[in-house]
Design a protein around this ligand. Structure first.
Ligand code: AMP
Ligand code: ZN
Length: 113
C-alpha cells in the first residue's frame, strides 16, 4: 500500500531496526517503546488488522507467532512477555497494517484496559 508506514518499512523506503525477517514476516524495534523490549511484528502483505483475517490469509498468523517465539528466544525474554494487537478505533490502532506488539524486558503492568 502506497501510503502505509509499515509497507514503506517493508520496502526499505523508511529506516527501521530490524530483528527478524523471513518470506512473510518482518519485525523491528518500535520507534516509541513502551517497555525495554518493544518489537513490532508485521506481515509483509498489507492486511488492515486482525479483523481482516479469514481462511485465505490465516496461515500468516502461524508465521507471525513462529517469528515471535524465535525473536523472544533471541532477545532472551525467558521471564515472559506480552503480545498485543490493537484493532480499530476503540483499541487505539494507529497504523492500519496488521501488526503485533511484543513487549518485555520488565515486569509488565497487569492493566489490560
Ligand atoms: P498501534 O497503535 O497498535 O497501531 O501501534 C503502532 C505502533 O507503531 C506504535 O507503537 C508506534 O510507536 C509504532 N511506530 C510508528 N511508526 C513507526 C516507525 N516508523 N518505526 C517503528 N515503529 C513505529
Ligand atoms: Zn501496509
Amino acid at each position: 500500500m502506497e501510503d502505509c508506514i509499515f509497507c514503506k518499512i517493508i520496502r526499505d523506503e523508511l529506516p527501521s531496526r530490524k530483528v527478524f525477517e523471513d518470506d512473510n514476516v518482518l519485525a523491528f524495534w518500535d520507534i516509541n517503546p513502551a517497555a525495554p523490549v518493544h518489537i513490532i511484528v508485521v506481515t509483509k502483505s498489507h492486511i488492515e488488522s486482525v479483523a481482516a483475517i479469514d481462511k485465505s490469509n490465516s496461515q500468516l498468523l502461524s508465521d507471525i507467532f513462529e517469528a515471535i517465539a524465535v525473536i523472544a528466544k533471541d532477545l532472551k525474554l525467558e521471564d515472559g512477555y506480552r503480545v498485543i494487537s490493537n484493532v480499530g478505533k476503540n483499541a487505539g490502532q494507529t497504523i492500519n497494517h496488521l501488526h503485533f506488539h511484543l513487549l518485555g524486558g520488565k515486569r509488565l503492568s497487569l492493566a489490560m484496559c
